[in-house]
Write a protein that binds this ligand. Structure first.
Ligand code: BES
Ligand code: ZN
Length: 883
């Protein structure tokens, strides 16, 4: 392994900048291989008096052409410029203007950070530290400046020129075939929010009148010919703008809001002020090209990036340790938006499923880190599910602890107190303390302690005293650099359910009865005694998943079945089923691993039959109830020495059993849910399709001929992508001739459309058969595949490593070797993408010994490779660390 390990950046070492930049004037002349950037920075010392501190600007791979201070060229002894740094040891005492000219090659930028080209389009990605690849700068979020950006290019190459803010001038450059545009953004912002775009783009326009009556122009720019696929993104944007006004009182602040869709993008989307840049996958949609899930995802991401305008842009982060301040909070906001627009229960269950499937595993493995990390080697590796999804849970707990009104008051205070500033997590939480007089000191542990807390709950009924006693014990597991932990503040929403399915009134024997039926556990062990409970109730704890914990309740299968059908809290109805099914699956996976056989449980399928028959339930909720816990859920419950093949077999067995036992009912529901009118994407139609396709999926899981034919028929007859993909995806799990035919047909239909061909790649990547690895290797040589495009790589390789547990974890280790080799091959061109792929190894330590040893060997193979990027070496080193 490499020994020269760079020093980490530490939160404890934070120092305010010595210099501030008031204004930035950029003048960018676009050229495919030699783009010229002139930057004029108005600098001023942060503190007055005293000798001026040296000025050190960040750079990365820059070529300096010229440098002048207050209009006079600097002589070579006055500065030191390397590709990665520009230092002026003795700058003037007071404010001054620094003019820097650099050149860069956007076409050679394969990292997709800084200024690069996606096809023929010029675009930028500056978060977290990409601006330093455009010009020398104080590239840190607590340096906020007002930007004016002039761009010029040939009219033929780049007829559209965009940057942040409002357009203030544009025109032709006399005597040339060039034109220019000047954009001014009046809101001070950190450099990571800078953006510019140039190219041949078509545009769809909309309008929005804000709550105070201002008219805002909305524009979505896409590749010409794709305009007809922008309607959903535009409608989503308008809904998000309105929702932020009504729910948070936040209004948009510029005259124009633009979204640009590009095909080559490392992430999903980016919230640059007034000029969001999106992966086109999260903009373009039509019934023929996108599934309902794609429509939902687009709406959520458009909303998320829009919501950053207040939580991220107007108020930004002091430093990158505070990343959850904007990301966790904004994820919370986009989750609430979706919950308000659609079904709250369905949204909560989906969010918790994702949290458990990804964040819980991260938190339990070698890559675990706190929501606010204390140190990092490579910030790009900290855009994690812990910062995002657990970060959102922490905000949600604040709301649960304080109640909706005080939460809103705290948010209002945050917006007024910190507007225009770069803030910290402490400052955010202080706003809630100030409006509620709550002491949130212990709550801060959610930001600093990694690991998923476990709560063991034991209930006992005392018939003589007519009371119910609940004993709670919490533990927080050790995690890297954190061997021992303090007890956390855990808000637990609770219900005691009576025999008739109704909640009993909650009255604590001692102390104040909690409002909103939320208990707060803050000690290692705590007991609560409820009075006036005549008969033994059924405990429903952590309702709505009020805290992101592992909850262990010693409940009988009868009690769980009761909750699954009777609990007033929809989340816990679903949870009860998950618990029942997971218990069975864990037992079966263990049995299968040791050569035994899987047990079946008819009472489980009977309970599911009741759910399926219950006409009062929303179809989307029923679909979630029918979804068997995922392989990651089962593996997590097993905890150690996991055999992914046994886990897969247990799960496949249960799915086949459910599909078989409920065959008649599933088929009946499948028929009755058939589409009657034309295709529509309203919530009711989406819910109907999701249940219908879940029925189909379970039927196909039996492998019965009739069901295979049914899926093949649906595939061919579908008039929309949701139904076509659902049929194909069910079929693709079965080794039948219909699969090959349908896959071939799919390719033929959509061969011209890379975003749809990505679905075709992903389907084949998750086939749970030994032939899959060779199939994937062959697909990497397919004409439609390219290692240079992140969407293609994610569709094929990430889908395999993250979505095909059985084949990625092949017993012979060939899956690990393939992914490790791909990481190494990608690393030279796109380190961020390579590092993300490598984090697929995050749970390798829980594998059974033979696989663990092979995964270790593959990780070592990466770790010892020559000239690794900081991104990949950071993940490799942490993944291998011993805690
Ligand atoms: N600010 C991020 C984009 C980003 C991430 C830039 C990492 C640089 C490095 C953006 O707001 C974001 O979070 N995007 C998410 C989607 C969102 C809905 C969670 C993404 O790109 O995956
Ligand atoms: Zn974000």
């Amino acid at each position: 392994m490499r020994t020269e390990e760079a020093r980490p950046v530490r939160l404890a070492d934070y120092r305010p900048p010595d210099w501030q930049v008031d204004t930035v004037d950029l003048d960018i002349a676009l050229d495919p291989t030699a783009t010229r950037v002139r930057a004029k920075l108005n600098l001023r010392p942060s503190a007055d008096g005293g000798p001026p501190a040296p000025l050190t600007l960040d750079g990365e791979g820059l070529v300096l052409r010229s440098i002048a201070l207050d209009g006079t060229a600097l002589s070579p002894e006055q500065y030191v410029a390397t590709a990665d740094r520009l230092t002026i040891a003795q700058p003037p005492q007071g404010p001054f203007a620094l003019e820097i000219e650099t050149v860069l090659d956007p076409s050679a930028n394969t990292e997709l950070s800084g200024l690069y080209r996606s096809g023929t389009i010029y675009c930028t990605q500056c978060e977290a530290e990409g601006f330093r690849r455009i010009t020398y700068f104080l590239d840190r979020p607590d340096v906020m400046a007002v930007y004016t950006t002039r761009i010029e290019a040939t009219k033929a190459q780049a007829p559209v020129l965009l940057a942040n803010g409002n357009l203030i001038a544009a025109g032709d450059i006399a005597g040339t075939d060039c034109h220019f545009a000047v954009w001014h953004d009046p809101f001070p912002k950190p450099s990571y929010l800078f953006a510019m775009v140039g190219g041949n783009l078509a545009c769809v326009e909309g309008r929005f009148r804000t709550m105070s009556g201002r008219d805002v122009t909305l524009r979505i720019y896409v590749e010409p010919g794709k305009e007809s696929r922008c309607g959903h993104a535009m409608a989503s944007l308008k809904r998000a703008m309105r929702w932020d006004e009504t729910e948070f009182g936040r209004e948009y602040d510029l005259d124009i809001f633009m979204i640009v869709a590009v095909s080559d993008f490392n992430m999903g989307a980016m919230e640059n002020k007034g000029l969001n840049i999106f992966n086109d996958k999260y903009v373009l949609a039509s019934a023929e090209t996108a599934t309902d899930a794609d429509f939902d995802r687009i709406e959520a991401i458009v909303a998320h990036e829009y919501f950053h305008n207040w939580t991220g842009n107007r108020i930004t982060c002091r430093d990158w340790f505070q990343l959850c301040l904007k990301e966790g909070l904004t994820v919370f906001r986009d989750q609430e938006f979706t919950a308000d627009l659609r079904s709250r229960a369905v949204e909560r269950i989906s969010d918790v499923r994702a949290l458990r499937a990804h964040q819980f595993d991260e938190d339990a493995g070698p890559l675990a880190h706190p929501v606010r990390p204390a140190q990092y080697h490579e910030i790009n590796n900290f855009y994690t599910t812990t910062v995002y999804e657990k970060g959102a849970e922490v905000v949600r707990m604040l709301k649960t602890l304080l109640g909706a009104q005080k939460f809103r008051a705290g948010m209002d205070l945050y917006f007024t107190r910190h507007d225009g500033r770069a803030a910290t997590v402490e400052e955010f939480v202080q706003c809630f303390a100030d409006v509620s007089s709550a002491d949130l000191a212990q709550f801060m542990l959610w930001y600093s302690q990694a690991g998923t807390p476990e709560v063991v709950a034991t209930g006992s009924h005392d018939a003589a005293r007519k009371s119910y006693r609940l004993d709670l014990v919490q533990t927080v597991p050790a995690s890297p650099d954190q061997p021992s932990k303090e007890p956390m503040v855990i808000p637990l929403a609770i219900g005691l359910v009576g025999a008739d399915g109704r909640d009993l009134p909650l009255k604590l024997s001692e102390g104040a009865t909690p409002d909103r039926a939320v208990l707060t556990l803050s000690k290692p062990a705590q007991s609560f005694v409820f009075a006036d409970i005549a008969a033994p109730p059924v405990l429903s704890l952590n309702r709505g998943f009020s805290a992101p914990i592992k909850l262990v309740v010693n409940q009988s299968a009868d009690e769980l079945r009761f909750l699954a059908t009777r609990d007033g809290d929809a989340f816990n109805r679903w949870q009860a089923f998950q618990t029942l099914a997971t218990q069975l699956l864990v037992e079966n996976a263990k049995a299968l691993r040791t050569g035994g056989t899987a047990r079946t449980e008819s009472r489980l399928t009977d309970a599911l039959r009741a759910v399926l028959a219950d006409g009062t339930l929303e179809p989307a909720f029923v679909a979630l109830m029918l979804t068997v816990p995922g392989e990651a859920d089962i593996a997590r419950e097993i905890g150690r020495d996991v055999d992914p093949a046994a886990v897969f077999a247990a799960r496949a067995g249960l799915r086949a059993r459910v599909g078989g036992d409920l065959g008649a009912e599933l088929l009946e529901r499948y028929g009755s849910l058939a589409q009657t009118g034309p295709y529509a994407v309203d919530a009711a139609s989406v819910g109907r399709r999701s249940l219908r396709n879940t029925c189909l999926d379970l039927l196909v899981a039996t492998g019965h001929r009739d069901s295979i034919c049914l899926a093949a028929r649906q595939y061919h007859a579908a008039d929309n992508m949701t139904d076509r993909m659902a049929a194909l995806s069910a079929l693709s799990l079965c080794d039948v001739p219909e699969r090959g035919e349908a896959l071939e047909d799919f390719y033929g239909r959509y061969r011209g459309d890379p975003l749809i061909i990505d679905k075709w790649f992903s389907l084949q990547a998750v086939i749970p058969e030994p032939g899959t690895l060779d199939r994937i290797k062959a697909l990497t040589r397919h004409g439609a595949f390219s290692f240079a495009n992140p969407n293609r790589v994610r569709a094929l390789i990430h889908a395999f490593a993250l979505g095909n547990h059985k084949e990625f974890n092949r017993p012979d280790g060939a899956g690990y070797d393939f992914v490790a080799d791909t990481v190494l091959a990608l690393d030279g061109k796109n380190p961020q993408l390579a590092a993300r792929l490598l984090s697929a190894f995050k749970s390798w330590r829980v594998l059974e010994p033979a696989r663990r040893q092979r995964a270790h060997a593959s990780l070592m193979h990466v770790a010892i490779a020559y000239s690794l990027s900081p991104d990949v070496s950071d993940i490799a080193r942490r993944a291998l660390s011993e805690n």
